[in-house]
Design a protein around this ligand. Structure first.
Ligand code: HEC
Ligand code: HEC
Length: 348
């Protein structure tokens, strides 16, 4: 009962505070009058050090501008898609589809990636073709399937013509001038601020929570017996550096998608339980299918990673109990704060 009262009190306070904070700007996005904080504080693990951060200093004003740009369909040529169409907060910034629909409802050739802790990325996209986040964020806008705004001058003119951007650029940059560089930096600031550090896994690391026996068993299988961590390593469960971040896991004997010389990016497994379907082509709709692949579905692809070649030719033979434990562990990587934090939500 006490717990319920506390919760009720807290949510009432939140509503009151929200009412006070939210002011509606003329027919545009709803933004809080006191900016949300996007700059990382020292108590958060930073997951950084990579090239893109040296080019972008996140400020709350730039990230706020970036949030509006991220969700603004005006950034597509026919006002149909925004970044948020294919990167939804509730799905860990993935979109829940095997392949995404672009501005003309054509399908993207690959599955949308769930965005998290991009500061820990050394390369972007399944094939790693982009190295710097500030460059990467402009590519979907001009992409002929995703948003279709191929002419940079048209992008600048469109944004420039929208009233609510006057103040947002002014606040972020000291004047209202709209440039491609500023759009890129603001988007990168918002995307770069999508930082996960408060999963159950993190809380256990910090000593404020404990794994159940099943989760603990899953962690042990993940790190030791099946050594998933040899690829999905560190606090981001990915491979952080350069081309070693890419592997072939034998999805097919012969690939139809070349990736990076027959290999694909090792995805960060934070929020993986809310970001199905899986793999670069979204072929698996459940986590069970993913584990069945590792267990008994490996194909002898010429590029198959050496870390997987050590197992039985078709896979790891993971028992049903072990699968259950691995799934319990993967659930501890969901960051509920990130999935519901209003600062990352759609302001329109
Ligand atoms: C129509 C769907 C769609 C739209 C719209 C879209 N994306 Fe994506 N996004 C994707 C797909 C698909 C991929 C993977 C593409 C690939 O690997 O070839 C991706 C990959 C990414 C990545 C790489 C993540 C990583 O870990 O490597 C980032 C960052 C990203 N998108 C940000 C954005 C931003 C910013 C926008 C808006 C300017 C945007 N996306 C618009 C579908 C979309
Ligand atoms: C040899 C490196 C390697 C090992 C070992 C490995 N993975 Fe992966 N994992 C990858 C790569 C690379 C992908 C993406 C493959 C693709 O899309 O072509 C991936 C994809 C995944 C995905 C899908 C994520 C998404 O967002 O689509 C999950 C879940 C996953 N792995 C879990 C595991 C588990 C659990 C283990 C251990 C049983 C494991 N992996 C072992 C490299 C590895």
């Amino acid at each position: 009962m006490k717990k319920i009262l506390v919760l009720l009190g807290a949510s009432l306070a939140l509503v009151a505070c929200k009412e006070q904070e939210e002011t509606i700007r003329s027919a545009g996005p709803q933004l809080p009058s006191k900016l949300y904080s996007y700059v990382w504080n020292r108590s958060q693990p930073t997951f950084t050090g990579n090239s893109w951060l040296r080019n972008v200093r996140i400020t709350d004003e730039k990230a706020t501008l970036g949030r509006v740009l991220f969700y603004d369909k005006a950034l597509s040529v026919n006002n149909v898609t925004s970044c948020g169409s294919c990167h939804m907060q509730s799905k860990g910034f993935g979109d829940g589809k095997a392949l995404s629909e672009g501005f003309l409802f054509n399908e993207t050739p690959r599955h949308s990636m769930h965005i998290v802790n991009t500061g820990a990325n050394s390369r972007f996209f399944w094939d790693g073709r982009s190295v710097i986040l500030k460059d990467q964020v402009l590519l979907p806008i001009s992409n002929h399937i995703e948003m279709g705004l191929e002419d940079e001058n048209l992008l600048i003119a469109k944004v420039d013509a929208i009233d609510y951007y006057d103040d947002l650029f002014e606040e972020a940059y000291g004047n209202g001038l709209v440039t491609k560089e500023r759009i890129a930096e603001a988007l990168a600031s918002f995307v770069g601020s999508i930082v996960s550090y408060n999963t159950k896994f993190d809380q256990v690391e910090r000593g404020v929570d404990r794994f159940t026996a099943l989760e603990e068993k899953g962690k042990d299988l993940f790190n030791n017996k099946y050594n998933c961590a040899s690829c999905h390593g560190g606090k981001n469960f990915n491979a952080e550096w350069g081309e070693t971040a890419f592997s072939n896991i034998g999805l097919d004997a012969e690939d139809t998608d070349e990736g990076l010389n027959g290999r694909f990016k090792v995805p960060n497994l934070r929020n993986v339980m809310v970001s199905a379907p899986y793999m670069h082509d979204g072929r698996f709709s459940t986590i069970e299918e993913v584990l069945n692949h590792y267990s008994s579905g490996l194909k002898q692809n010429a590029n198959l990673d050496w870390r997987l070649r050590q197992f039985d030719p078709t896979g790891m033979n993971i028992s049903p109990d072990e699968k259950e434990a691995l799934i319990a562990f993967l659930h501890t990587l969901t960051d509920y704060d990130l999935l519901s934090d209003p600062k990352y939500s759609d302001p329109f």
